[in-house]
Write a protein that binds this ligand. Structure first.
Ligand SMILES: Cc1cc2nc3c(=O)[nH]c(=O)nc-3n(C[C@H](O)[C@H](O)[C@H](O)COP(=O)(O)OP(=O)(O)OC[C@H]3O[C@@H](n4cnc5c(N)ncnc54)[C@H](O)[C@@H]3O)c2cc1C
Length: 465
């Protein structure tokens, strides 16, 4: 069995964390021939060379100036040409990279490579003759080979041993893979970043309170309107014909159009038929995992630009301007689509309960109490990565850059230090309340209310909530 693992180099020069998990899963499959594949500048060859020490005997780097500036569609197209040359039984991709943070390349590549697809893989149960995986959101899934899977953060990549051998790294140009350079890099990318600016929305002015005030601020937070929709049409003009897939993007769509059509289907074929029949100016999807996969498949099949995780939309009546967080949420990118309809996934209204209680590593000693507190509020539990990595809570509760994104009306962070990686997953919440005995903890910079105290000292007031 031949497995191609798609790798992207992160800003730290190392393999992207989800890709590392994909590589480890491939190495675990008995007797598999593992080939690493990356598109990037020439220096990525050094990373690939280092990674071959872990087990892959061969790596392929697609390096050519024609590939520079590629968005997800152009990246998937370019990778698919190398995949055709390598003809694997399986492709393993990480769920997403931390730079792009879109989760689009895997599904788009499956379209261009003509492979079946399973996303959000937590465990591979069988890979012979067909692949069966346990997924994060959709239970057990089976696909025929050849297949592409996207892997969650489910393991730690092994370390090299002193005796491990290195493999070969082959560098291929656009010509080597027979690429149409008009479909590669910037010229093949239907989405354009028009502008980027500092994201200051994560910062909040923290008011320090005591445990006595906690119930009141939770109630106040619950009474406020939805925090996720922030939109201001530049001209007062609106877009004609906006198609929404499911009801969840409606509130976003209403900020740019009065002419909204709904497609309730979860089949990409039916969505494509609806787009071809209606010819809308924009198509909006939610940002849950199924919507992300569906939108990527539709975009790849129609060769349309797709902007992921928009937090704000604008229009001049002609064009849709999309805003999304980038670089771990530190930057906001303003993006337009060069193809019509413009397509976007939008960070939809609360995909979690109205209240989320997040336990960080600091909640270790009082976890049972934190759980009781969450239950008393009817809240969902969440966790920081350190809490997950230390086995305090399961991975599917992890919020942040390598976890999930939540935006409840009230987010209560207990024992969370407030690393930017965590903030990336909850910064859009309505009211943020932080409980931490360290008054200098960074979480207070991102909280509306702070309690400088040990959570052990809190007396749960079930009757008030
Ligand atoms: C590439 C990459 C991706 C990452 N992705 C994520 C991600 O998706 N999500 C994520 O969360 N992190 C992520 N991280 C990790 C992140 O940088 C932090 O290490 C992590 O968020 C810290 O977790 P923590 O706040 O629970 O733990 P700590 O940093 O250990 O903080 C614990 C806090 O608890 C407080 N505390 C102690 N006792 C109590 C008590 N009794 N009551 C209340 N407070 C108490 C302490 O004062 C401290 O501030 C990522 C890191 C990297 C490098």
């Amino acid at each position: 069995m031949r497995i191609v693992v798609c790798i992207r180099q992160g800003t730290d020069g190392d393999i992207s964390p989800f890709d590392a998990c994909a590589y480890e899963e491939a190495l675990k499959i008995d007797g598999a021939e593992v080939i690493l594949l990356s598109m990037g500048p020439q220096p990525v060859a050094d990373l690939l060379f280092r990674l071959t020490r872990l087990g892959a005997k061969r790596a392929v780097l697609l390096a050519d100036s024609a590939f520079a500036g590629a968005d997800t569609l152009a990246t998937a197209y370019t990778l698919s040409l190398a995949v055709k040359k390598l003809s694997p039984d399986l492709i393993f991709c990480g769920r997403q990279t931390l730079i792009g943070d879109t989760a689009q390349v895997g599904p788009m590549l499956s379209v261009f490579a003509g492979m079946s697809l399973i996303t959000g893989v937590m465990k591979i149960e069988k890979a012979d003759g067909g692949i069966t995986c346990l997924t994060r959101d959709e239970g057990e899934k089976t696909a025929k080979l050849p297949a592409l899977i996207t892997v969650e953060r489910i393991n730690n990549l092994r370390l090299p041993s002193i005796t491990s051998n290195v493999g070969s790294v082959e560098v291929l140009s656009a010509k080597d893979i027979g690429a149409d350079t008009e479909k590669c890099g910037l010229s093949g990318s239907p989405t354009r970043v028009i502008n980027t600016f500092q994201n200051e929305s994560g910062f909040r002015k923290c008011k320090f309170i005591t445990f006595d005030d906690l119930s009141a601020v939770i109630k106040e937070g619950l009474s406020k309107s939805d925090p996720t929709i922030k939109s201001a049409p530049v001209s007062g003009k609106k877009l004609k014909k906006v198609l929404i897939v499911g009801e969840s993007p409606r509130a976003f769509a209403e900020t740019v159009s009065d002419d909204i059509y709904v497609c309730e289907s979860e089949s990409e074929k039916e969505i494509i038929e609806k787009i071809e029949e209606l010819r809308p100016s924009a198509v909006l999807f939610g940002s849950d995992s199924v919507s992300k996969r569906l939108s990527s498949l539709v975009a790849a099949k129609l060769r349309l630009g797709l902007c992921a995780d928009c937090t704000c939309l604008e229009t001049d009546g002609e064009k849709l301007i999309m805003y999304r967080p980038a670089m771990s949420g530190s930057v906001i990118a303003e993006i337009e689509s060069l193809t019509v309809p413009a397509m976007a996934t939008v960070r939809t209204k609360r995909e979690s309960s109205d209240i989320v209680v997040a336990a960080g590593f600091g909640a270790y000693e009082c976890l049972e109490k934190v759980k009781r507190f969450a239950a008393s509020l009817g809240a969902d539990m969440a966790a920081s990565r350190k809490a997950v990595d230390n086995g305090i809570l399961p991975y599917d509760l992890q919020v942040g850059l390598t976890g999930k994104t939540v935006s409840p009306a009230v987010y209560i962070a207990i024992g969370v230090s407030g690393a930017v990686h965590h903030i990336a997953g909850m910064g859009k919440s309505g009211t943020v309340i932080a409980i931490n005995p360290d008054k200098n903890a960074q979480i207070f910079d991102y909280a509306d209310y702070g309690i400088v105290s040990n959570f052990e000292e809190y007396k749960i007031q079930e009757e008030n909530l």
